[in-house]
Design a protein around this ligand. Structure first.
Ligand code: SF4
Length: 78
């Protein structure tokens, strides 16, 4: 199974208008972000707890501020 415990409401997205494929996100959160052989960024939209922490870190590092993590505070079901 790919995901351990998916938290409802926690989603990762990237603004393609801003992203310039620098790849910092892939280095910081390789389970969530991957630059494919075609040079396009692929993302895993739903993340588990470990993936979430990495995705938040990637969002902070992204030089274009292109990453959004929604529901990052919703660790427990509401
Ligand atoms: S770090 Fe930001 S700009 Fe770079 S590939 Fe990831 S989302 Fe795109």
């Amino acid at each position: 199974m790919i995901f351990g415990s998916i938290r409802r409401g926690t989603r990762v997205s990237v603004d393609n208008e801003r992203c310039e494929i620098f790849g910092f996100c892939e280095m910081e959160a390789p389970s969530t972000f991957k630059i494919g052989p075609d040079g396009k960024l692929r993302i895993r939209r739903m993340v588990d707890r470990d993936g979430l922490d990495q995705a938040i870190s990637a969002a902070r590092l992204c030089p274009k501020q292109a990453i959004r993590v929604k529901g990052e505070g919703a660790y427990d079901d509401e």
